[in-house]
Design a protein around this ligand. Structure first.
Ligand code: AHR
Length: 305
């Protein structure tokens, strides 16, 4: 009894409280808010001290945050990189300080893959391909498309754009007639759609939005122009936030491909493994599905974000 009660007393006190620094991109979309909440709530549940930094859509803010995490000697650093390039110097600094870095959500382009431990997020290329395949089938391979791109230089904008174009390559009747960035924001999607409607008018038959917030902004613009989303213009999107799945159920959005932001638990499991010296997979993708008129209404009550 003496030993076990002594252990019961000693173990919790001896267990080190983890401190993790998280450099988030910003708060551009509902997806992002869900991702931030998942990281914060899970840290609280596990008793992890989370040093959270909102990059406010600027890479320099994220880099500054990472440098400050290094100075504070956090146990691990998690980065959701706004854009793909420009990370090598600060990643080298973290490596030199022997602080493991986990890249989440968006990938980075670096010449030395040992600069980060692993990547956890969604496969953006697969998402873009799923959107293109679904569309080609739904419209029998014909139609004029306008594309609402995400943040220029970001992995989701790059990959979703490439995958969609690759997917359309087999359908010469499906044409992207214009493509502009709405920066993953609802206001951006609305403004760009207003301008595209003025420029192309009734020639627009399909909208491909790189995320739901821009799609929902475009729906507003389409309605304000006196057109019916889902009837006059078909809208295809990515993320599957609850509001978008509801828009699918209501017939305004044709399809949304899931991009699950709730990976706080997976990130902290990985941090624990890395700090315990275990090997973790270099790349770990979340499993994503697709919601259209066949399954959106049924899925709605259980959507968590
Ligand atoms: O990196 C993930 C993307 O970023 C999501 O699709 C989008 O909504 C967010 O802003």
């Amino acid at each position: 009894l003496a030993t076990s009660s002594l252990l019961a007393f000693v173990s919790p006190a001896a267990a080190k409280t983890l401190t993790v620094g998280f450099a988030q991109t910003g708060a551009e979309s509902a997806w992002r808010t869900a991702n931030t909440d998942s990281m914060k709530n899970e840290a609280e549940k596990r008793g992890i001290i989370l040093k959270f930094s909102d990059g406010q859509g600027k890479q320099e803010n994220q880099i500054r945050a990472v440098r400050s995490f290094i100075t504070q000697r956090v146990d691990a650093i998690v980065i959701a990189p706004l854009v793909e390039t420009g990370w090598e110097p600060v990643l080298r600094e973290a490596k030199r300080a022997k602080i493991p870095v986990i890249i989440t959500d968006r990938t980075v382009q670096v010449s030395d893959e040992s600069l980060f431990v692993c990547f956890i997020g969604s496969d953006f290329y697969t998402e873009g391909k799923m959107a293109a395949d679904w569309l080609a089938k739904a419209v029998n391979g014909t139609g004029n498309i306008v594309e609402l791109q995400g943040t220029p230089g970001s992995a989701p904008a790059n990959e979703r754009r490439k995958a969609f174009a690759d997917g359309l390559a087999a359908y010469p009747g499906l044409k992207i007639i214009d493509s502009q960035s709405g920066d993953f924001r609802r206001s951006g999607g609305k403004e760009v759609m207003e301008a595209l409607l003025k420029k192309h008018g009734k020639a627009i038959q399909i909208v491909y939005a790189h995320n739901d917030d821009m799609a929902l902004g475009a729906i507003q613009a389409i309605e304000e122009a006196g057109l019916k989303p889902g009837q006059d213009i078909l809208i295809v999107s990515i993320d599957a936030i609850k509001e978008a799945v509801a828009a699918v159920a209501a017939g305004k959005l044709a399809v949304t491909v899931e991009c699950n932001p709730l990976f706080g638990p997976k990130v902290y499991d990985t941090v624990a493994k890395v700090l315990a010296g275990e090997t973790v997979p270099k790349v770990s993708y979340n499993k994503d599905e697709l919601f259209d008129s066949t399954n959106a209404a049924a899925a709605l009550p259980s959507r968590q974000y």
